[in-house]
Design a protein around this ligand. Sequence first.
Ligand code: ASP
Ligand code: MG
Length: 424
Amino acid sequence: MKIFKFGGASVKNAEAVRNVASILKRYEGEQLLVVVSAMDKTTNKLEKVARAYFFKEGDTQEALDEVKAFHTNVAKELFDNAPDDILDELNNVFVELEWKLEDEPIKDYDFEYDQIVSFGEILSTKIISAYLNQEGIANQWVDARDYIKTDNTYRNAKVDWTETERLITKNLKPYYEKSNLAITQGFIGVTSENFTTTLGREGSDFTAAIFAYCLNAEEVAIWKDVPGVLNADPKWFDDTILIPQMNYHDAVELTYFGTSVIHPKTIKPLQNKGIPLKVKSFVDPDSPGTIINKEPYHLPVPSFIFRMNQILISIMPKDYSFIIEENLRDIFNLFTSHQVKINIMQNSAVSFSVTVDHDHLKVPTLIEDLRKDFKVLLNEGLELITIRHFDDSTIDRVLVGKEVLLELKSRNTIQMVVRNMPPS
Ligand code: ASP
Ligand code: MG
């Protein structure tokens, strides 16, 4: 059996959904579990709803109406002369969400966020499942929350693998004895108390890997708007090159450093069971894309990863004492408890420097806590450039007009924190 994952761009409107149907038709007769994200920018729009609701930033109803209108329009386009069932079903989903929004928040923001933002995946999968059935592609809508069990780290939930595997084996495997296709949501899970969680932004790839692991799938395919894994994001580079084959190790390194085609948590479960991962184009499904597996491939070209919106945090003991293990332990504990992920770090005798994504909610409170015990210096508006399998010319290429604030080099990888030089 195969696990397919379709992200937001692959289901961004009615035409895109028709395209997904045409791809699935090619696999008729095969056993497939299809994991789908929220349509287009729905997750961002629902984040707006969550902020309006929780922080009273803007009009909740207005933000919600945008999400409603979008899905209703897609559904109307897909089900022109069909019965109103699907519209009723969508309406029920919206009523449920509106009930939630009418009540006052009961817990912190991360909890409320998950209760709201998870609706994006519910809406997309309801529409897609119904559309496929209309088109004769028989399938069952599956609630991922019946299977993906997590702890209660809202917005970044950790999977309870034992329970998840048990439920999938017990309840989902038997479904495939008689049927071929099920449609489920990426990104969402559930706590033991039945509250919805999310696995972190772009987490649907990880969902696909979790199901693949627990079902011992033969492969996972992630369908993207790019031809496969490229050596750089075409957003920042013109002449990108497709990497046809890659081993798990390079894939882990590249996703860890920030390659956005695959979510970083996706590779480990697949590597553990030797399940190949394909990255394929939904625009050109005939093209082979990229295959990631355990073969000892070498990356054919240097790979570039750019992370924007970085902040460099330099941390020093207030009394100019050395940075020793105890300080580092305290510093790491603060980063963990504030859930701020370190992208690069470096230490000297008296200071410890890290670069992190500049999250405007988490970073300020982290810094406040760090300042209780340390002197903290900040540099904002930076970019983190990583090159895997670099050489001098690749470094020169990315440093045009940039100034390097911090650099780390190993045999295979160079990382540089840079800022734009002021025009002279
Ligand atoms: N819809 C979620 C997001 O946009 C999850 C995903 O797309 O993988 O982050
Ligand atoms: Mg998405």
